[in-house]
Design a protein around this ligand. Structure first.
Ligand SMILES: Cc1cc2nc3c(=O)[nH]c(=O)nc-3n(C[C@H](O)[C@H](O)[C@H](O)COP(=O)(O)OP(=O)(O)OC[C@H]3O[C@@H](n4cnc5c(N)ncnc54)[C@H](O)[C@@H]3O)c2cc1C
Length: 494
């Protein structure tokens, strides 16, 4: 029996698992897909927000500010790339200066300091590629950028190091509370019995909540589309450049990523299908048009990919966090849209404080605080590279030429706790396939390595679980790819 079952292995569930792993308790995470970080946590702006946007007094404001404060030491402990690059909210219309001043006042009311309005030469010295229409900007120095995959994976790995069980291909389809008050959670053909349930199911958190609560909630997916630019444009902007927020959200931003790309987006459109992460011609056109309002035109030929993520929009305008009505010890982490990534560690902390009290748990005497990430070979000084190759010659084999990812890194990504089992799993952990050719060159090599390390036959290796197999037939005709309904090979469960 578990003390708590966490549903969902996005950044919210992973942060809850990380924080709860500090308590003497049996905890597990149930994730319907094949890996950690396969939902919204993999497709967002990757900003650790400065705390000037959420409404004063809201959970969003409190948890954003606390999460931002926690980020330096957390990322150091978990070996996750994080930079406080600062944000500029630009104003292109003097008549709207009042809105900029209001954002500044809101930031201060939310407990953050250091904001300042910047104008003229000083502003263009900071960011020479701002659009000439920009007249002033609010500078938020504590805003930052993080790698959302590495943050989510690192939280989950550290939770795993500290005893949390992870079950993949475990889609929760039913939850029942028995007469003793225990929850029976059905997932992937197994029934998990637990004292408490923590609902971190992203856009599906309403469906999980509505299985047990007397007060129903609704989560609407709101899609945001992006264009990602090549690292050749590194330095085009250093700050995250926001436009003034509108009723549709924070608007289209232009930002560097921690890995040196430039990211522009997102759009903001309600859709009905919770699986629809397709990009559209209209969405991309909107990003391209709006990015030009804040920066000088970016060269379109440098776009290397586009992608979309789904905001889990609740109806309260705030995060929905707490025990669900009519379901004691069922704790919702629902409606976690932006600033959910920034708030995740604080959401984890808040959830652990609730669990400690509600379940009468003690803190552990010994916790593994540090996690070591996969070495990023390309970023190491030459002496470190040589040492690594001398220790393990696989670091001397470049597999992804665009991002200079070595076989050593890919093998580490597969062998470490909660290791990769799909091509995207390898990509999120190592960046193999994230570069200009978008895996055109390295895909067959990564397939071979996955096969060698896990035993998964090459025709069963998937891009991202389910039926997303990449080998669809044999040119020599002697074998057919095997067909299982879920497209999954038993080795994938390793
Ligand atoms: C366009 C966009 C831009 C954003 N930009 C930012 C930003 O810059 N900064 C910021 O702070 N926040 C940002 N956010 C918000 C942030 O990305 C989210 O708040 C955060 O990723 C939500 O994480 P999550 O774990 O709650 O959801 P997810 O990452 O979606 O995780 C939910 C998990 O639950 C699993 N699941 C669902 N149903 C079941 C089931 N029945 N059984 C088992 N598992 C299930 C899913 O497979 C998934 O893995 C942005 C969001 C979007 C869409």
């Amino acid at each position: 029996m578990y003390d708590a079952v966490i549903i969902g292995a996005g950044v919210t569930g992973a942060a809850a698992a990380w924080a709860l792993s500090r308590l003497c308790a049996n905890i597990c995470v149930l994730e319907r897909t094949e890996d950690v970080c396969t939902g919204t946590s993999k497709a967002n702006s990757a900003i650790i927000h400065g705390g000037f946007d959420p409404a004063v007094g809201s959970l969003m404001a409190k948890l954003n500010v606390r999460g931002n404060e926690m980020m330096d030491s957390l990322c150091e402990d978990l070996d996750v790339p994080f930079q406080r690059n600062g944000a500029l909210v630009v104003c292109t219309d003097e008549a709207k200066m009042g809105e900029l001043e209001a954002l500044l006042a809101r930031g201060i009311a939310n407990g953050v300091s250091g904001f300042r309005i910047v104008r003229g030469e000083e502003l263009f010295r900071m960011e020479p590629n701002l659009s000439e229409n920009v007249t002033a900007a609010l500078r938020a120095p504590t805003s930052g950028i993080v790698c959302p995959f590495e943050l989510t994976l690192a939280l989950a790995e550290n939770a795993c190091q500290n005893g949390v069980d992870f079950h993949f291909h475990a889609e929760v389809t039913d939850i029942r509370r028995d007469e003793k008050g225990l929850y029976h959670v059905k997932a992937g053909g197994t029934e998990y019995v637990t004292r408490a349930v923590i609902n971190a199911a992203g856009v599906y958190a309403d469906e999980i909540h509505n299985m047990v609560s007397t007060q129903k909630i609704r989560i609407r997916p709101r899609r945001g589309e992006y264009c990602l630019y090549d690292r050749a444009l590194q330095g085009y902007v250093r700050h995250t450049i926001f436009q003034l927020p509108t009723e549709k959200g924070k608007g289209v931003l232009v930002t560097p990523t921690v890995h040196g790309n430039i990211l522009a987006g997102p759009t903001s459109d309600f859709i009905s299908d919770k699986e629809d992460t397709a990009t559209t011609a209209e969405g991309i056109a909107e990003v391209l048009e709006k990015e030009n309002l804040s920066v000088k035109p970016l060269p379109g030929g440098r776009i290397i990919t586009s992608f979309a993520g789904l905001r889990a929009h609740g109806e309260t305008g705030d995060f929905i966090i707490g025990e669900a009505e009519g379901a004691p010890l069922f704790y919702d982490l629902a409606g976690i849209e932006s600033p959910g990534l920034s708030s995740a560690p604080a959401i984890g902390e808040m959830t652990a404080a609730w669990a400690e009290k509600a379940l009468g748990l003690q803190k552990k005497d010994h916790v593994i605080e540090k996690r070591t990430g996969i070495p990023h070979f390309a970023e190491l000084p030459i002496e470190e590279k040589q040492k690594l190759i001398a220790k393990n010659p696989l670091y001397g084999q470049i597999v992804c030429r665009c991002e200079m990812v070595t076989e050593g890194e890919i093998v580490d990504a597969i062998r470490r706790p909660l290791g990769a089992r799909s091509l995207d799993g390898v990509k999120r952990r190592t960046r193999a396939g994230m570069g200009r050719c978008q895996s055109g060159f390295c895909l067959p090599r990564v397939c071979e390595i996955l096969h060698r390390e896990t035993g998964i036959p090459q025709d069963m290796i998937t891009k991202c679980g389910g039926n997303s197999r990449v080998v669809v037939g044999y040119t020599k005709g002697e074998k057919e790819p095997r067909d299982r309904e879920d497209g999954r090979h038993p080795h994938e469960e390793m």
